[in-house]
Design a protein around this ligand. Structure first.
Ligand SMILES: [Ca+2]
Length: 483
């Protein structure tokens, strides 16, 4: 009797633990399936008109086009700056550069030696790491490489890439880092795109059983315009077109790896550019938009953006005014994390919009700063450009020889933007997305509202000559100057 009882107890215990194990395992699986992997594919200086799915005629980008066909292609998706560092800081923190303390591009100058993304800022990687995600950044960082400002200080368990832009003339800017350690010295620029893609594919394979977050920031198509030999002459356009097609090829490789690992329906893939094209310097196209990199015109801020999550978000085209700052709260919500409440997050959770593919803009207003200079505000179709002087400009826009706006036609402003403006002007982007015709005189009530909003936001986020009530000020003097 005792013996039988003992057997029964042993068997019961075994069954109990087996059930417990199965329960735990299945709920873990459920959590894993509920929470998607997130991959952000971040192109550099890729313009609104640089992809065939955005109307480019002289390049062919079948892999990115396919991503667009299978997901949502956005036509009014905005970054928070038209230069690299502030745009990246805003994407990762969900906050305007003036709020997160990264309003100007980090340069290789003595006074920027402590200019890293502030340790108190919370990034998408910080949030996902806390939720049990594996997190990795690959490619260009450009948010400071001082202690405290590096990727692995900001929620990324792993980093593989360059401190900043590739530059052979600077001793450390052509070295590849793994976390804080140099693992390859003096690398050829052309080797990076394949190397990064290989690392990314390796990471996807290693982490396919767990939710992971991969931030893959390519150098393409920022200068130097140096595609590998195999891509030279492949586009109908220039070397720049070949360079875009090379980027497309590697995006294709990455997407193939996602499919091969059976992760298409478990992975939200987000493709976007950090700012518009450097038209004056290296080429590229902003399509129907005016201006480009370095400007607060649509060509600088409105970028190609695509999101794909098979089986979860529909395919189609979305025309809603959105921002890269929306990624942090959206991804946090998807991961089941709380959106930080101890600070203002400027982005909004847009998952409801992604689920249906359509919806209203969560932004009453969007602000366009060039460095620390508030230059424009969007409200729906309206965009006001505010007066500005040459002295108000950050170093990348200084010495621009643009005459004050004086006529009704701004055509061919192209890369130079509106660095000098002696009065506020207004555009209706619904029928003038090229920002060509000032209609301020016909809409005094819109002007009044937007000028009032400019005063309000200046008081909060600051402006060249004013520190805002919720502005994080970078730790050096004359932040708009290089010297
Ligand atoms: Ca850039």
């Amino acid at each position: 009797m005792d013996f039988e009882l003992r057997i029964n107890r042993t068997m019961f215990a075994k069954i109990y633990f087996a059930c417990l194990f199965l329960l735990c395992f299945s709920s873990l699986r459920l959590i894993a399936q509920d929470r998607p992997n997130v991959i952000i594919l971040f192109a550099d200086d890729l313009g609104y008109g640089d992809l065939s799915c955005y109307g480019a005629q002289d390049v062919n980008t079948p892999h990115i086009d396919r991503l667009a066909q299978e997901g949502i292609r956005f036509t009014d998706f905005q970054v928070a700056s038209s230069v690299c560092s502030p745009s990246r800081a805003a994407l990762l923190t969900g906050r305007y550069p003036m709020r997160n303390g990264y309003p100007v591009a980090q340069a290789e100058i003595e006074k920027h030696k402590d200019y890293g993304l502030h340790p108190d800022e919370i990034t998408i990687a910080d949030i996902l790491l806390k939720e049990g995600y594996a997190t990795m950044a690959i490619g260009k960082w450009h948010l400071g490489f001082n202690p405290g400002g590096q990727p692995i200080d900001h929620g990324f368990q792993n980093f593989y890439g360059l401190q900043s832009n590739w530059l052979s003339s600077h001793p450390a800017l052509d070295d590849v880092y793994e976390n804080r350690t140099i693992v390859k010295e003096n690398v050829a620029f052309e080797s990076l795109i394949g190397d990064y893609t290989e690392k990314a594919i390796e990471y996807i394979e290693e982490n396919k059983e767990n939710p992971f977050f991969l931030y893959l920031a390519y150098h393409s198509v920022h200068s130097p315009i140096l595609p590998n030999d195999a891509f030279i002459g492949t586009s109908k356009g220039s070397l720049y077109g070949d360079f875009v097609q090379e980027l497309d090829y590697y995006i294709g490789q990455l997407m193939e790896s996602i499919s091969e690992n059976g992760l298409d329906e478990e992975t939200l893939v987000i493709f976007l550019s950090d700012n518009g094209p450097a038209i004056c310097h290296f080429g590229g196209s902003a399509g129907p938009l005016n201006g480009g990199k370095y400007t607060t015109m649509e060509g600088g801020f409105r970028i190609p953006a695509i999101m794909r999550w098979k089986g979860q978000i529909p395919s189609g085209i979305n025309n809603t005014l959105l921002s890269s700052m929306n990624l942090l709260p959206t991804i946090a919500t998807l991961a089941g994390a709380e959106i930080p409440e101890d600070r203002i997050i400027d982005g909004k959770d847009i998952m409801p919009l992604l689920k249906t593919g359509q919806g209203d803009s969560p932004h009453e207003y969007l602000y366009y700063y060039n460095g620390t200079n508030l230059q424009a505000i969007r409200k729906g179709k309206w965009k006001i450009h505010l007066p500005r002087t040459s002295e108000d400009q950050p170093f990348w826009s200084k010495n621009a020889k643009v005459k004050p706006f004086g006529g009704a036609n701004l055509k061919n402003i192209s890369c130079k933007g509106l660095e000098v403006l002696d009065r506020p002007i207004l555009f209706n982007l619904d029928n003038d997305m090229g920002e060509l015709t000032d209609i301020s005189a016909a809409h005094p009530e819109v002007m009044e509202e937007l000028l009032r909003e400019a005063e309000r936001v200046r008081a909060e986020l600051g402006d060249v000559h004013l520190i805002g009530s919720d502005q994080r000020v970078p730790p050096f003097e004359n932040i708009q100057e290089k010297n």
